[in-house]
Design a protein. Structure first.
Length: 444
């Protein structure tokens, strides 16, 4: 094992030996190399005459560039857009995102968390997390309603056993009992279990209520108190888009920080969905744990391992994207713009709920509970979801996503409010087409 990796492992093990028990075999091997990058950093600080270290090209002591590129990047210098960013991300952006986490999650006040490490979107954050913390055949507990790419990230690429529980009870509440049962089942063999908490949930658009969130947290802490190593990875891709008063409006991550030595909380989030910049690919990984002594030493070691993983994968996320996000966050319009877009999505969600309240749809489908995010799902009662999807696409030009045999996912995030009634009327018409029922008159 590389001596640098050994040193990081020692720091982490002294601070919290359970973290080393949880870490994957690959994670234990990872480190951030000193080589070219560290020598370049030293040169950047001390080479006052000439610096011939980093593999970029310069011209008249400025970053070499094409005018045909920079003409399309207004207000951001080549040094802030074309150069390499650090593997862990721009320090200024990492600090800004960490400050935002405290602002958005008041329960974090007084606690210490790691500096977020920048990833190339939340998908890359999830993949990097898996490299550091998941061994082949480890179990990951997650609901039956899940984002399909989890299978590729965790199961196909890492050999993780995805262990499912039903997301909802028959009453339409988060199924805490099934969640705990599955965690206990999967922790029996190894004494370690990973819980994936994706809220707002993709595909259903559901987030737990305050009472449900409290129960989820109690389950995880209880398992840790019984001697089980618990990794709680929170995919908060759609964080902040909470539309109901009853919804828990913080990340479950914040309620697990420093709660027990056997609990590691990992937050995966990003500007991608929150700030409506999907193609800029800026995500973050943040750690929260309990550690003896100064937890910042443990966090710094975890950050270096994460940066090493990124260095050996994509090298670094886009410097241009990071600069754009940071400048937006520092703009005086930023908070107002976030509120404006939130209100638009909230009104669409409310309109969906209003339309689905009409009894004319009840024989064709049931709507799963939803209160947040971009999506909602319906469960069809009489037709196959994929058959209906293709029928709607080919006959009516309506695009939806089929999930399994009975579920359809509807992204109200990309529907104008006025389009929502017509969409559901067309879905109902499609159901009637396939079942041979008479055409239904529009409800709106």
């Amino acid at each position: 094992m590389n001596p640098i990796a050994q040193g990081l492992n020692q720091i982490i093990g002294v601070g919290n030996p359970h973290l080393m028990e949880m870490m994957s075999d690959l994670g234990k091997q990872l480190f951030f190399p000193k080589g070219i990058l560290s020598q370049g950093a030293e040169a950047k600080e001390k080479a006052f005459k000439m610096n011939a270290t980093i593999g970029i090209a310069t011209e008249r002591h400025r970053t070499m560039h094409f005018a045909s590129i920079m003409d399309h990047i207004e207000g951001i210098a080549p040094e802030e857009s074309l150069n390499y960013a650090p593997s862990s991300g721009m320090l200024s952006l990492r600090k800004a995102w960490q400050n935002a986490l405290f602002d958005k999650n008041p329960s974090l006040a007084g606690y210490k968390i790691s500096l977020p490490v920048v990833t190339c979107g939340v998908t890359h954050a999830a993949s990097t997390f898996a490299d550091l913390w998941i061994n082949p055949n480890d179990a990951m507990v997650l609901p039956d309603k899940m984002w399909g790419n989890y299978a590729m990230i965790f199961s196909i690429r890492k050999g993780t056993r995805l262990s499912h529980y039903p997301l909802f009870t028959e009453k339409g509440e988060f199924n805490v009992e099934a969640f705990e049962k599955q965690l206990r089942k999967e922790s029996e063999a190894s004494g370690k279990v990973t819980a994936l908490l994706n809220f707002p949930n993709n595909p259903t658009g559901y987030s737990p209520t305050v009472a449900e969130a409290d129960k989820i947290i109690r389950v995880l802490i209880k398992l840790a108190e019984e001697g089980i190593n618990v990794i709680a990875v929170c995919d908060d891709s759609y964080f902040g888009l909470f539309y109901g008063e009853e919804v828990f409006k913080e990340s479950i991550f914040v309620r697990l920080v420093n709660r027990h030595s056997r609990v590691l909380a990992v937050k995966l989030d990003g500007a991608t969905k929150e700030n409506f910049v999907w193609g800029l690919r800026v995500g973050f990984i943040t750690y929260g744990c309990q550690a003896q002594g100064d937890p910042l030493k443990v966090y710094e070691a975890l950050e270096k391992k994460t940066a090493g993983c990124i260095r050996g994968n994509i090298s670094n996320a886009s410097h241009l994207s990071q600069s754009v996000i940071l400048k937006s966050m520092n703009d005086e319009r930023y908070e107002r713009e976030k509120k404006e877009k939130f209100e638009i999505l909230k009104k669409r969600a409310e309109r969906v709920r209003e339309v689905l309240g009409n009894k004319r749809y009840h024989e064709a489908w049931d709507a799963y509970p939803f209160n947040s995010g971009y999506f909602m799902c319906i469960r069809l009662k009489s037709v196959d979801a994929e058959t209906l999807r293709l029928h709607l696409l080919n006959k009516y030009g309506v695009g939806l996503i089929s999930i399994g045999a009975k579920d359809l996912r509807i992204a109200f995030s990309c529907l104008e409010e006025a389009e929502i009634p017509e969409l559901f009327d067309l879905v109902l018409q499609g159901v009637n087409d396939l079942t041979g029922l008479l055409p239904a008159s529009p409800a709106f």
